[in-house]
Design a protein around this ligand. Structure first.
Ligand SMILES: Nc1ncnc2c1ncn2[C@@H]1O[C@H](COP(=O)(O)OP(=O)(O)O)[C@@H](O)[C@H]1O
Ligand SMILES: [Mg+2]
Length: 302
């Protein structure tokens, strides 16, 4: 691996030069831009070599450091690059503005060079660790199936399942199916303010053999977050039509198409739930600090 590449953006030539010399002496490859506009022009060329980290001044003529940071965060190619704001603008509200613009760190000049170097190294190390984890999870050709479960009702299983699906979709900028197996009282769609026109019952009508990718895609209701809800049947009496085989087929078909699947479950060990738990890579078992809940959780673990 080559030297980490750092882009310094500062309208003061003297300040830029001081940072550049210092970082170059510490073994970094340093690029300098004297305005946010210049940096953006360089980063936007088709053959641009992206930096591993950006150090930006805040007060600059034209586009300021906050706007520049927002541009970086709004651009898919640069959204993950760590940004340190280095500025003479002190005060809590300036820092808050910096963090709100998407900065990872905020240092007030004059900064101790040793401290600057340490903060750069910490951010680079964290970035590298995050990329390694992302590579491991996202390279997997099969979705990880995450089921959320509790034998006690009302502890927040559905809330956690819905929030987990939304968080995964947003974190990885991908679609995440949320399969609602609380067949008699499912309300994943309701929690996302969706009015489902389709549900698992549509699939049960056709039978497991007749399900293809197009049919499955049609019943996964889209939410703006990227979550795709496979809703529970619209009425409780249809719950019986959903068989363990059907659910097994659906999970198996969805698995190669997405990095994650989240499953919301009812608070019982019915056959459909057991089939889903069996197929899960991760089971999130929820409990609240009450004796009754501890008792059923112990039973569930057994
Ligand atoms: N962390 C929480 N704090 C407060 N209320 C919560 C929390 N999680 C869930 N709830 C509320 O508790 C109720 C039951 O939540 P739900 O997710 O439907 O539980 P379950 O699926 O386990 O039955 C809902 O009214 C929900 O809004
Ligand atoms: Mg629930």
């Amino acid at each position: 691996m080559g030297k980490p590449r750092i882009l310094v953006v500062d309208d003061s030539k003297l300040s830029a030069k001081m940072i550049e010399d210092r970082l170059a002496a510490s073994g970094f490859q340093v690029d300098v831009a004297f305005s946010a506009e210049e940096a953006i022009a360089n980063l936007s060329t088709p053959d641009a070599v992206l930096p591993d980290l950006v150090i930006s001044d805040v007060v600059m003529p034209g586009m300021d450091g906050y706007q520049f940071c927002q541009w970086l965060r709004g651009n898919p190619a640069t959204v993950h690059i760590p940004v340190i704001m280095l500025t003479s603008k002190g005060g809590v509200s300036a820092k808050v503005d910096g963090f709100q613009a998407g900065a990872d760190d905020y240092l007030v000049k004059p900064v101790d060079p040793v401290e600057l170097e340490m903060r750069i190294k910490v951010l680079l190390a964290r970035m590298k660790a995050a990329q390694a984890t992302a590579g491991r999870t996202m390279d997997a050709s099969q979705a990880r199936i995450i089921s959320v479960f509790s034998l006690r009702g009302g502890v927040g299983v559905t809330s956690v399942a819905v929030n987990l699906a939304v968080a995964l979709a947003q974190l990885w900028q991908t679609e995440v199916p949320l399969v609602d197996l609380a067949l008699e009282s499912g309300h994943c769609a309701l929690m996302l303010d969706l009015k489902p026109k389709h549900s698992l019952a549509d699939l049960a009508d056709r039978g497991p053999e007749a399900i293809d990718d197009a049919l499955l895609d049609g019943v996964l209701i889209r939410h703006d977050s990227g979550v795709r809800v496979l809703s529970a049947p619209p009425s409780p009496e249809l719950a019986d039509t959903i068989t363990p085989t059907l659910v097994g087929t659906v999970l198996t078909m969805l698995q190669p198409q997405f990095p994650y699947l989240v499953v919301d479950t009812p608070s019982s060990f019915d056959e459909v739930t057991l089939a889903a738990l069996d197929q899960s890579d991760v089971i999130v078992l929820l409990l609240t600090p009450e004796i009754a809940c501890l008792k059923v959780t112990t039973a569930a673990l057994d």
